[in-house]
Ligand binder design. Structure first.
Ligand SMILES: [Zn+2]
Length: 374
């Protein structure tokens, strides 16, 4: 699509890789915070793939995927453009924290939601400087994007997987036409995810997504408002990038480029990582949870299949003695995506992230009151 020539100071030139800056804010201490922009444009026209990373500062594999992908060799063989932002949250990356210190809120819940602007309310904080910068950047994304991957990391030692977002549509106006557009978008989204080739897990049910502001994540905002395929890739451990997952993410991204018609050649095998394929869609769920405080010894590992009732952890008190909870059992059939970090748990804490059978629709209307409430 690429109807724009520049993102900040990065100006696209066919057959080159250009670098530039998108201004985020001026610190009161005098320096300017910027987001780095890379535009790689092939000699031949073609689709525009956006690649973003580094919105959560402790998730540091994604920036490496972008740096290792964008080479002169790739450029010579590709059609179309890649616009890449390897550091969406520079302050968080600097401190290795999920949130930037100048705006203590999850930056991956700050992208536009399509709702009307809220009236001025002196009791509510206005959007942060980072949120304003993202809103302006979002206009550039929407004006150019054909498909997008936003790179993240999940838990230490977790599977490499990609989220399949449910596609929402407006029930106002011609709702049948809107539904059929959403079904076609969902199908293209699934084709793109299959091309990437890592484990695919559905995002939580639609009302839970909206409840958690996950419809304002980078990839969901592009999917919902841009109406183009976009997904979040979760690349395992974040604070210590896994070389095998990095290689598999590079191969998967080049396969997405082949799917999009940007690169010739055979699909590359995804090797060196565990890829779980299931006949039915599987949905991410934090489960099981501990009923009361406990020291936990996890018995299952990422990639393991478990059945409802199978023991998945043994529990102790702080002396290593029985605590009355005994064995924790899986509530569902499914597979383990990740163990929760550590061994000490408070009541209600989940001990695994699991993929369980997805019984919720993958295409659904926005809730009735969605565009009327903020
Ligand atoms: Zn993240």
């Amino acid at each position: 699509m690429l109807q724009i020539k520049a993102i900040g100071t990065a100006v696209a030139h066919a057959g080159t890789i250009q670098h530039g800056r998108w201004k985020v804010l001026r610190h009161p201490t005098g320096t300017t915070e910027f987001i780095p922009v890379i535009i790689a444009q092939g000699k031949e026209e073609g689709p525009c793939l956006w690649l973003t990373a580094g919105i959560h500062g402790s998730e540091q594999t994604g920036p490496l995927v972008i740096y290792k992908l964008l080479t002169q060799t790739l450029l010579q063989n590709m059609k179309g453009s890649i616009i890449a932002i390897p550091a969406l949250n520079p302050a968080g990356l600097r401190t290795m924290k999920r949130e930037p210190y100048h705006s203590p809120a999850d930056p991956n819940r700050m992208w536009p939601d399509g709702k009307p602007k809220a009236p001025h309310d002196p009791y509510k904080d206005p959007p942060s400087a980072l949120e304003v910068a993202y809103q302006q950047l979002f206009e550039k994304i929407i004006a150019s994007v054909d498909c997008m991957i936003d790179f993240h990391n999940a838990w230490t030692g977790s599977l490499s997987f990609a989220y399949r977002d449910r596609v929402l549509y407006s029930a106002d106006g011609d709702s049948e036409a809107n539904k059929s557009e959403a079904e076609s978008l969902s199908a293209r989204q699934f084709e793109m995810l299959k091309a990437y080739g890592h484990t695919i897990v559905s995002e939580r049910p639609a009302e839970k997504v909206i409840d958690a502001d996950l419809h304002r994540s980078t990839s969901a905002a592009v999917l919902y408002l841009g109406r183009v395929p976009a997904f979040t890739a979760e690349l395992g451990t974040g604070h210590m990038p896994d070389p095998a997952i990095l290689r598999a993410a590079l191969a998967g991204t080049r396969n997405v480029m082949r799917w999009a018609g940007m690169l010739e050649g055979e699909i590359e095998p995804i090797e060196g990582i565990r890829v779980i394929q299931t006949d039915e869609p599987m949905c991410q769920c934090p489960t099981p949870r501990v009923e009361h405080e406990a020291v936990v010894h996890h018995l299952a590992q990422p990639g393991d299949f478990v059945h409802a009732g199978d023991p998945v952890a043994e529990t102790f008190d702080i002396w290593g003695q029985p605590n009355g909870l005994g064995l924790l059992r899986s509530e569902y059939d499914g597979f383990i995506i990740a163990r929760s970090h550590g061994i000490y748990y408070y009541p209600g804490d989940e001990i695994y992230s699991m993929a369980i059978r997805d019984t919720h629709p993958l295409v659904c209307p926005y809730p009735d009151d969605y565009f009327k409430t903020r």
